[in-house]
Design a protein around this ligand. Sequence first.
Ligand code: NAP
Length: 290
Amino acid sequence: MSVTAQSITAKTVVAGVAGAPVRHSLSPVMHNAWLKQAEVDGVYVAFAPHQDRFKAFAEGLRGGAIRGLNVTIPFKEQALAVADDASVLAKAAGAANLLLFHEDGRIEARNTDGEGLLQAIAIQAPGFDILAGPVTVMGAGGAARGAVAALLEAGVEDIRLCNRTFDRAEKLVEDLAGPPAGSLVRAFDRPDHAVDGAACVINATSLGLNGGPGPDTPWRLMRPEAVAMDMVYKPLDTEWLQSARAHGLRTVDGLEMLIRQAIPSYRAFFGADPPKFDVRSLLLQAGAAG
Ligand code: NAP
């Protein structure tokens, strides 16, 4: 059964995404396409709580008024703060992109962004080993935090953070309160130092969003077989990715990460994997890359 306004009943499972703004979010298109394809009696909607009212909004959902929420800018840190339990990755990232409202009143926080990032790299750069060498993360915001947590969990031993505001990169390193034994996370203020000999570079800044150059990246200093991953997906083929390819690097786009972080969210909301379906083409048609 596909859900239309007419087919929604008292049994329809409700999940959604909360952000401010949220109108640009592709998550409703993606989740509702999966629900329709799988004939699940569920619906996924977008919420735009007031910037200062997220806590009250989430508290009001305790007890399972809705099944769960994805959380996007600017609420990811607040989502972690409102939760009673949090996954290791959400705690390590200091941010959550997924909240589950249990019937006993508990709110559980998870972070699936890092899983999405690693899967996108595995899919679009097949054969690349994320443990092959140093990984440089450009940026030190919420997305960079999620990336660092996932890279540490995957066992990457040398992580370099490079951010316009150096103090913010240093703070991220400090907040890790000592990475696992054998791993080193360092803050850099110069991109040439940060990417020297790196096997992978990830753009976790918002530079390049809606066009324009990404962060300054001296490609020639990287390993010849290196991979560049851009979290920005609008446009899909960013100037930064084009520049990486022109220097012989393999590239991974942000749309694949968006899709891959959504899969564990769907599973958590609706109790099964999403159906096999070309959701990437659908998102491109829906204007993901425009
Ligand atoms: P955020 O917390 O606001 O952080 C923004 C980052 O970009 C900071 O490091 C900031 O540096 C940097 N930045 C912004 N403007 C800059 C400029 N003009 N020059 C240099 N650096 C600049 O945002 P976020 O949540 O981390 O998101 C970052 C990007 O990742 C966004 O484009 C977002 O859409 C994308 N993202 C994609 C996915 C996906 O699934 N593909 C998931 C999560 C996020 P300062 O600290 O110096 O301000």
